[in-house]
Design a protein around this ligand. Structure first.
Ligand SMILES: Cc1cc2nc3c(=O)[nH]c(=O)nc-3n(C[C@H](O)[C@H](O)[C@H](O)COP(=O)(O)OP(=O)(O)OC[C@H]3O[C@@H](n4cnc5c(N)ncnc54)[C@H](O)[C@@H]3O)c2cc1C
Length: 104
């Protein structure tokens, strides 16, 4: 579990840097990379905090530890500023091009 957390943190960071670099350079794929970074990093936070609670068993759910708070905070990441589902639809649009949009 710790390995998966560490890899997902590094991958989130690299995707975030890639998206930022594309935005700064005005790259046409900036939107796609931004969506990928937001979805991946947000869902990685949810998985990491879920597993952090699991590792600690019942204590992980107790308010004596900060983990349940971290989990609720992480859950937030997949909703505001574009839900994961909407970010995936935007990415899908940039992957397939006009004519294949799942929304108008
Ligand atoms: C803590 C917090 C802070 C916020 N801050 C701001 C802010 O500062 N400014 C601001 O403007 N808004 C803010 N919001 C609002 C936020 O942007 C919306 O909650 C978010 O865009 C989702 O909209 P909704 O809640 O109406 O859900 P809905 O749009 O009703 O979506 C409900 C669910 O359906 C899914 N869904 C919707 N359409 C589709 C589709 N076509 N295909 C597949 N799935 C779909 C969504 O992904 C979601 O899972 C905030 C929200 C929260 C929770």
């Amino acid at each position: 579990m710790l390995y998966e957390m560490a890899v997902s943190i590094e991958t989130s960071r690299l995707l975030g840097y890639k998206a930022l670099d594309a935005i700064v350079k005005g790259h046409p794929d900036a939107r796609k990379y931004s969506c990928m970074a937001k979805v991946y990093a947000g869902e990685a936070c949810v998985k990491a905090t879920y597993n952090a609670i699991q590792i600690h068993g019942g204590m992980g759910l107790s308010t004596d530890m900060p983990l349940e708070r971290y989990y609720r905070d992480a859950r937030l990441m997949t909703i505001p500023d574009g839900t994961s589902e909407i970010m995936k639809l935007v990415s899908g649009y940039t992957l397939l091009g006009k004519g294949f949009s799942a929304y108008t």
